[in-house]
Design a protein around this ligand. Structure first.
Ligand code: ADP
Length: 346
């Protein structure tokens, strides 16, 4: 039975000359779900999004939207017939139209009364009800992006596609705007795929996160699973700071310098610890370390610590006790935190 979920991409292949931009890629998006697509620059995120949107075609594989085959490598349904809303980094509003006319653009075949009602609703969704009579050049960058969102949502698309929609904005505005986007999607029950190179944005926005590397999807999971149970060292290190410790097997027990490790499934795995898994301690249970580098991050410090065997790890340190290079101390796993075995990158 074929599914009617908003997006189903299977075995997607796409080549540009010598570059294999997508290799056997599969994604699905469930009803009202937000899928964040994240990975380093050039890994194929935009290509995948553009293929879902119909701006680019597959070499082989398939794209289904709400159960309808829209690209099978030979025929492609054009973007305007896919029932999708697109929001890109550059907010392409029509400069000569007011905000109201911009938002009404995709519904201009509806009656004037309907248009007015829908525009009012959309301006309320993006919390800018008072700006309808302005022109794009009279708006800030963040306001323009919210109006672009309102315009894309107005025709009630079954699916929204976002390509780095906040990349050009400063951090505070980005956080504010992504709350608006998520609220607007939730309020309208709209499914979405959002491309970002920003790990924290992906974790904050996605109901699920698909991590890409070199044209492949490496892991698709909930934010907490990709973060805490990454499939390999690439996913682990891409999503945030991570240290990897060798695992020793002695009499059937797996352990690292920090103690026992559960769930080891192969001899090639190493144990991931994140900085917040480690704490400095005065207790005898800690292992001896020397601070080799420090970095101030405002809320806390990062301390790189070295063990006597040359292994280094990154640990969080409180701003109340700033670490200094050369400090000697002890470190241990925070109670309740675990070392997580992960595969090396192939
Ligand atoms: P991302 O969005 O993850 O930064 P892209 O999907 O834009 O990555 O690009 C994936 C790869 O495909 C890159 O190597 C890029 O240079 C290449 N690529 C993308 N679009 C084209 C194109 N139109 N022509 C040639 N190469 C392209």
């Amino acid at each position: 039975m074929s599914s009617t979920r908003p997006v189903e991409v299977t075995n997607a292949m796409k080549r540009f000359g010598d570059t294999l931009a997508l290799h056997d890629v599969g994604i699905r998006v469930d009803d009202a779900e937000i899928l964040a697509l994240v990975g380093p620059s050039g890994c194929g995120k935009s290509t995948l999004l553009r293929i879902v949107g119909g701006l680019e075609s597959l070499d082989s594989g398939s794209v289904r939207l709400a159960g309808r085959l829209v690209d099978d490598g030979t025929t492609r349904l054009p973007p305007e017939r896919r029932g999708i809303g697109l929001v890109f980094q550059e907010h392409a509003l029509f400069p000569h139209l007011t905000v109201r006319s911009n938002v009404a653009f995709g519904i201009r075949d509806r009656s004037a009364v309907d248009q007015r009602r829908r525009v009012d609703e959309m301006l309320a969704v993006v919390s800018l009800p008072e700006l309808g009579d302005r022109y794009p050049h009279e708006l800030s960058g963040g306001e323009r992006q919210r109006i672009a969102l309102a315009r894309a949502l107005a025709p009630e698309p079954a699916l929204m596609l976002f390509d780095e929609p906040f990349a050009s904005l400063d951090r505070n505005l980005r956080v504010d705007l992504r709350r608006h986007v998520v609220d607007a999607l939730r309020a309208t029950g709209t499914a979405a795929v959002m491309v970002t190179h920003d790990q924290h944005e992906a974790l904050a926005i996605g109901d699920r996160v698909a991590v890409m590397r070199s044209g492949r999807i490496v892991q698709t999971d909930t934010p907490s699973r990709v973060y805490h149970s990454p499939v390999d060292e690439f996913v682990a290190a891409f999503l945030d700071e991570a240290s990897f410790l060798p695992i020793d097997q002695v009499d059937g027990t797996a352990s690292t310098v920090l103690g026992g490790v559960g769930g080891v499934t192969s001899p090639t795995q190493r144990a991931m610890v994140r900085p917040d898994d480690l704490e400095f301690t005065d207790a005898d249970t800690g292992i001896d370390v020397e601070v080799t580098a420090v970095e101030y991050r405002g809320m806390h410090w990062f301390a790189e610590v070295g063990l006597h065997d040359g292994t280094t790890m990154r640990a969080l340190a409180s701003h109340l006790h700033p670490p200094r290079v050369g400090d000697r101390g002890r470190i241990r796993l925070v109670a309740g935190h675990a070392q997580v075995p992960v595969e090396p990158v192939d």
